[in-house]
Design a protein. Structure first.
Length: 95
């Protein structure tokens, strides 16, 4: 299943994100029929402030397979905007 996650919605609970406000509980409150036979699982994550397509699986086995497939066919890129000019010799390292 693919969900269009809006910016500001956390994918999972964390120190600043109460569990009830994360994506899966919000989705289950909206569509309770998704809870059976088990709630959806995240195949990957998007940052809280990032919007975009988020892949969920209906079963944990499917989540493992989908994660393995996505890791082979997808890659992450990030663009940034600088408010000041960067030095000509600036370099960035891969994380």
């Amino acid at each position: 299943m693919v969900v269009n996650k809006p910016a500001g919605v956390p994918c999972h609970a964390g120190t600043d994100n109460p569990a009830d406000d994360s994506l899966i509980p919000v989705l289950l409150r909206t569509m309770p029929e998704l809870a059976e036979p088990s709630p959806p699982s995240l195949v990957h994550r998007l940052d809280k402030l990032t919007s975009g397509a988020l892949v969920l699986a209906r079963h944990t086995g499917s989540a493992r397979v989908a994660h393995a497939l996505l890791s082979k066919v997808s890659h992450k890129t990030a663009d940034g905007v600088a408010s000041t000019a960067l030095p000509a010799q600036a370099s960035f390292q891969k994380w």
